[in-house]
Design a protein around this ligand. Structure first.
Ligand code: GLN
Ligand code: ZN
Length: 769
């Protein structure tokens, strides 16, 4: 019998219950017992939803209080020494230790008053928009089983009558994703010390009555150095003597040159992602011994479209011939990356809704596919297949999706449309003369605190309780306030603050044709932060200007320059659920044309500085290097297409979060933005390494303070970062700004930090300029 399972379920809750509980706990509004109770209820509910949908083997360990990597760090006792004071009385991490590691901590950790401990670094989980907390290893790292959560949850699920499959991040992936701190050493040297803890975990799970464990090793989808490949063999040969059947899970990419390795490891089953890499099926069928379990990820865990069940079934049947009862049907990856339940979408029209599947519906699809293998003639199988076919057919013909005018405009784009009329050298002189900014100009990334009053006004407006005029007035008050604060602080290039924007993608998606917005389609981004990606369902067109009124209003309030603020085409695409019926690069070009029109409208309205955020540019990189050039080519061209329709005097900024740009710095230069602001403070200007081999030609603002934490950085710290930057980058090309937007912060800490930042810039002017 083919078995239906998932690799993980969203933990945040259909109503973002986990987010709300976490934030209430951090504020002190609820106690830890209440927080834990919410977790228990969510887990019970999620297992129940999956079981009801027909999932037979339920994931445990996919729940985490902040992040699953953080939970593993706690489990292995990987707590950096700066949090030693936050450990429990028994020397082991507590829930509050985890939160201190995730969010940074003040004097709580036994340090001097006012002393602060910076949070673990946060970074993208492979090519998703989920962020994990990066484990920090020291050369003398010890691993000690230190956190009981997984075992408690297994008992919990078993007590509820479920058949469970605990999920662990595998030892190699865990080490790969961590960072070596202190004296240089090879992370692989830690493997021998780490494995006994895995052994201990497996033994304890076996004693709890578990049969199968899922061990995630997504790094098998990456280009691995030979010593890491060898380490896989070493590790799994050692782990094979631990009890439990092991399902090795890979996802997000093809196994490619690692297939032989993965298929040969002494484990009992292999999961492969057939959504991302359908082409690997024949090779997998060829290489994996048929006495092992083959789990095929045929239902996309990372998008919202209903599965083409016929097509999936065809793939499964190919495998069925060889694997028989050893074939499992699964989501491509954890459903963590999907929203929870499409049934709640009460404002979508029936046609659009009929095209969508969220996590619960995906479980049903997985189950019906398993059923189609086991009992092909069952009426519910036939009905589901017929329905799926009808959905595919209706999308293929729908005029809501296919728009000849958009396609014609795209076909008419010329190479010159992707090229500014002059070089940066010429443009920057024209801009210098016109903008008259000081050395080390200060600016922010766009958003200011999204206060309760802003959110209330927006909610009231959306609910029809506030008229459009009153809403506009309310936003104008916020804009005026933001402008006044910036003038008072002495910033040089101002922003309007983005009060009117719920989200940097959704705001535009709401105004672009071809996009749909869900009400409850939330997906966890990091910790308690969720995003609600908009959905691109059809060809994209812009009906009217989207930002011009707000920006020109802000500009009228001040004699200083106000930056227009847009989201770029690559980011719009990456942070949306994209179409699966059109190549991503074509969707990016459609979006670029819409943004280009907006850029030109802003310029016509007198705005001289326009920022086009490409926060997601790097995360679009394919996991395998061989595929990078093709991506970079179309992503850079999409940016250039949207940014090149302006005069020399108009200064184009772009902004990117995260600093791991060393490998793509040339592509970033090729985007040819006049100024780029970029995150660097959390990684201590690591970005600058990229400048050793390559001189970034245009202006750059390496972020001097971390906006992810409420901690206020002092002037000295920021000046130190600026000094580091000035050693590598000509001072006349340096800008001073935070790492990212400030919308998640509160005003007091924001003002305090910006006061210090402006002071740092002034000192830099004296000392460095
Ligand atoms: N302009 C946006 C803001 O400040 C950029 C956000 C981002 O890069 N994620 O909020
Ligand atoms: Zn950012």
């Amino acid at each position: 019998m083919a078995l239906a399972h998932t690799l993980g379920f969203p933990r945040i809750g259909a109503d973002r219950e986990l987010k709300k509980a976490l934030e209430a706990y951090w504020k002190g509004d609820i106690d830890q017992a209440a927080l834990r109770q919410t977790g228990r209820e969510l887990r019970a509910c999620h297992w129940q939803l999956q079981a009801q949908a027909g999932i037979e083997l339920l994931p445990v360990g996919d729940f985490a209080w902040y992040d699953q990597m953080l939970a593993h760090s706690a489990a292995f006792g990987v707590v950096p020494s700066r949090f030693a004071g936050a450990l429990g009385a028994d020397g082991r991490p507590t829930l509050d230790t985890l939160f201190a590691m995730a969010r940074g901590a003040g004097a709580c950790c036994g340090g001097a008053a006012g002393e602060t401990r910076h949070a673990l670094e946060l970074t993208k989980w492979f090519d998703t928009n989920y962020h994990y907390l990066v484990p920090e290893f020291s050369a003398d790292q010890r691993f000690v089983l230190s956190w009981e959560q997984l075992f408690e949850e297994v008992d919990e699920a078993i007590a509820l009558g479920h058949k469970v499959k605990p999920v662990l991040i595998g030892p190699l992936t865990y080490l790969w994703l961590g960072k070596a701190k202190g004296a240089a050493f090879d992370k692989l040297d830690l493997l021998e010390r780490l494995l006994p803890v895995y052994g201990e975990i497996l033994s304890r799970l076996a004693r709890q009555g578990v049969e199968w464990v899922q061990i995630d090793e997504p790094i098998l989808g990456l280009d691995l150095p030979q010593d890491w490949k060898n380490a896989f063999e070493r590790a799994y040969h050692i782990l094979q003597y631990s009890p439990l059947k092991k399902l090795l899970a890979t996802y997000f990419a093809s196994l490619d040159d690692n297939l032989g390795l993965a298929a040969g490891l002494p484990v009992d089953g292999l999961h492969v992602d057939l959504v991302r890499a359908p082409e690997q099926l024949p090779a997998v069928l060829d290489r994996l011994p048929s006495y092992k379990v083959l789990s095929l990820g045929v239902v996309n865990g990372r998008n919202v479209w209903r599965c083409d069940l016929e097509a999936a079934l065809e793939q499964l049947q190919q495998a069925r011939a060889r694997f028989g009862a050893n074939l499992w049907v699964a989501s491509s990856c954890s459903l963590l990356h999907s929203p929870v339940d499409v049934r709640r979408e009460d404002r979508l029209d029936a046609e659009l809704k009929s095209w969508l599947a969220f996590a619960v519906q995906k479980c049903e699809e997985i189950a019906v596919l398993a059923q189609a293998l086991n009992t092909p003639d069952a009426p519910q199988v036939r009905q589901a297949l017929a329905q799926s076919q009808a959905v595919q057919a209706s999308r293929e013909r729908s005029p809501r999706i296919h728009k000849p005018a958009v396609q014609a405009r795209l076909a008419a784009v010329l190479p010159a449309d992707c090229q500014r009329s002059s070089t940066f050298a010429t443009r920057s002189e024209v801009q210098r003369a016109q903008l008259r900014l000081p050395a080390f100009p200060t600016t922010t990334i766009g958003s200011f605190p999204q206060t309760a009053s802003i959110r209330l006004a927006r909610q009231a407006y959306k609910a029809g309780k506030l008229s459009a005029n009153d809403y506009t007035d309310a936003m104008h008050v916020e804009i005026r306030h933001a402008i006044q604060v910036q003038e008072r602080l002495g910033l040089d290039v101002l922003v309007h603050g983005e009060a009117e924007r719920n989200d940097m993608v959704e705001y535009f998606a709401e105004q672009l044709d071809g996009y749909l917005i869900t009400r409850f389609g939330w997906v966890q981004s990091y910790g308690s932060r969720c995003v609600k990606p908009a959905v691109i369902y059809g060809d994209i067109s812009r009906e009217r200007a989207m930002t011009v009124d707000w920006i020109t209003y802000a500009q009228r309030q001040t004699g200083k320059w106000v930056k227009g603020m847009l989201t770029g085409p690559v980011t719009l695409l990456m942070w949306s659920f994209a179409r699966e019926d059109l190549p991503r690069e074509v969707q990016a070009r459609q979006l670029a044309l819409a943004v280009r029109d907006e850029v030109q409208d802003l310029e016509r309205a007198g705005i001289r500085i326009i920022q086009i955020d490409e926060a997601a540019f790097r995360e679009g990189l394919p996991l395998r290097r061989a595929q990078w050039p093709a991506y970079l080519e179309w992503a850079v061209q999409a940016f250039r297409l949207c940014a090149s329709g302006v005069a020399d005097a108009t200064q184009i900024h772009t902004h990117m979060c995260y600093s791991e740009f060393n490998d793509v710095i040339e592509a970033i230069a090729a985007m040819d933005a006049d100024v780029i602001t970029i995150e660097t403070s959390r990684s201590d200007m690591e970005l600058l390494q990229a400048f050793e081999a390559f001189e970034y030609p245009n202006d750059i603002g390496p972020g001097v303070y971390d906006i992810h934490s409420p901690r206020v950085p002092d002037t000295e710290q920021m000046l130190r970062l600026l000094t580091l930057a000035a050693a590598r980058i000509p001072v006349e090309r340096l800008w001073v700004n935070p790492d990212c937007g400030l919308k998640t912060r509160a005003w007091p800490e924001t003002e305090a930090a910006l006061v210090n930042m402006v002071a740092a810039a002034r000192q830099a002017r004296q000392r460095l300029a």
